[in-house]
Write a protein that binds this ligand. Sequence first.
Ligand SMILES: [Zn+2]
Length: 179
Amino acid sequence: MIFISAGHHNKDSGAIATGYIERDLTKEARNIIVQNLNLKNVIQDRDFETNSQYQRRIKPGNGSVVFDIHFNSGPPTAGGTECYINQNHFADKNSLSYKMADEICKTTSRILGIRNRGVKSENQSQHPRIGILHLGSGISVLWEICFISSVLDMESYLQKKNEVLKEVASILRKYDSQK
Ligand SMILES: [Zn+2]
C-alpha cells in the first residue's frame, strides 16, 4: 500500500514565494502521481485534514510506503532536490527507504536539471524528528521536489513536472511491490 500526502492542507499554505503557494503545488503533484498509480493500492490525505488528523487516520504497516511531498524554500540562489528519511533508516544505507530516496533524488535531479542535494536524515532538517517518517511503515520518504523560492528550479519544474512525477510514480510502484 502507498500512503501519499501533499504535505500541507487547506488551512496551511506552506511556503509562499516567486508567486507560488507550496500547498497548491504539492496538491497538484500528489494528484498527478496518484493518476499514475493503481488506486487499489493508494491511500491519500484529504485536503481538509490537518497533518496530524491524517497521520492518526492511517495505519501503515511494515509492508507499506509512506510518501510526503514538499517544496523547499530558501534564499533566491538556493536550489536543488532532496529527500528526508528517519534516523534509523538513514543509518542503514541498504534500507529500502534510503534506496528509494536516493533513486528519487537522482531521477529528479536528472529530469529537472537541478542539483541533487541528496538523501538526508530527519535531524538535518529544521525539526529534530519528522512525525510522518515514524508511523511504522517499512519505507518512509519526505521529498522536497525543488525550491519554490528559486526562479530557475520552478521554471524547470513547471516545464517537466509531468515527466518527473510519472517517473516518481513508477519508483513508488516498484518499492511498494518490494515490501
Ligand atoms: Zn512543506
